[in-house]
Design a binder for this molecule. Structure first.
Ligand SMILES: Nc1ncnc2c1ncn2[C@@H]1O[C@H](COP(=O)(O)OP(=O)(O)OP(=O)(O)O)[C@@H](O)[C@H]1O
Ligand SMILES: Nc1nc2c(c(=O)[nH]1)N=C(CO)CN2
Length: 181
């Protein structure tokens, strides 16, 4: 049994419906959605001019290792007709595995092209950190060097430009809001 933090984003088509594919997508025996953040409207990160994203963070548990969380994310991306065109460009659905813990709560580290854990750019992305903090106010990002910066401190350390413009969506999403654990 592992616990994963997922970051989910969409900026093409029906953004809420695409996020809902992931919210409802952990149906295998043993999978459990522990928490879902509010939906945040976030300006595009990474320098490509494109529409705003809707982003959420989720905490999920299941009988999966890191690769299996990544594979399930890719299946759900495919269900939303995700195409890989422009690097950091527009997409119907993107599922990133931010961090994984084993059943003893120990962080899982990986450094392969297929899967790097924790996600190597998580610490610099307001669209990942702000939703994550909303469902786990004591969250830390365990790093391979042994440090564990608090997500709240990583947000405080962001360039204000990386933080500004990230707002919760006013409308209620089509699933139950908030931390569910
Ligand atoms: N922690 C991770 N979460 C998701 N994908 C990862 C991770 N580590 C490595 N990858 C690999 O990254 C590849 C490219 O992913 P993708 O096309 O979604 O990149 P991106 O979302 O454009 O950029 P970024 O990786 O910066 O979020 C995937 O095929 C996957 O194998
Ligand atoms: N705001 C925002 N910007 C992004 C996002 C995202 O999910 N949200 N995903 C990207 C590719 O991983 C690139 N840029």
């Amino acid at each position: 049994m592992t616990t994963a933090i997922l970051s989910v984003g969409s900026n093409v088509g029906d953004r809420l419906a695409h996020l809902a594919v992931v919210v409802g997508g952990f149906t295998a025996p043993g999978d459990h959605v522990v928490a879902i953040s509010p939906v945040y409207v976030t300006p595009p990160w990474g320098g490509v001019e494109q529409d705003d994203f809707y982003n959420i963070a989720m905490i999920v548990t299941g009988r999966r290792d890191g690769s299996s969380w990544l594979r399930r994310g890719a299946e759900l991306e495919a269900a939303a007709d995700r195409r890989r065109d422009v690097h950091w460009g527009p997409r119907t659905l993107d599922v990133d595995v931010i961090a994984v813990r084993d059943d003893s709560g120990r962080p899982v580290f990986r450094a392969t092209d297929e899967l790097t854990l924790p996600h190597p750019r998580a610490h610099e992305r307001g669209f990942v950190l702000i939703p994550w903090l909303a469902i786990d106010p004591t969250a830390v990002l365990d790093l391979p060097d042994g440090s564990s910066p608090a997500v709240a401190d990583l947000i405080a350390a962001l360039n204000p430009a990386e933080r500004s413009g990230i707002e919760t969506l006013g409308a209620e999403p089509p699933w139950r809001l908030g931390a569910v654990r």
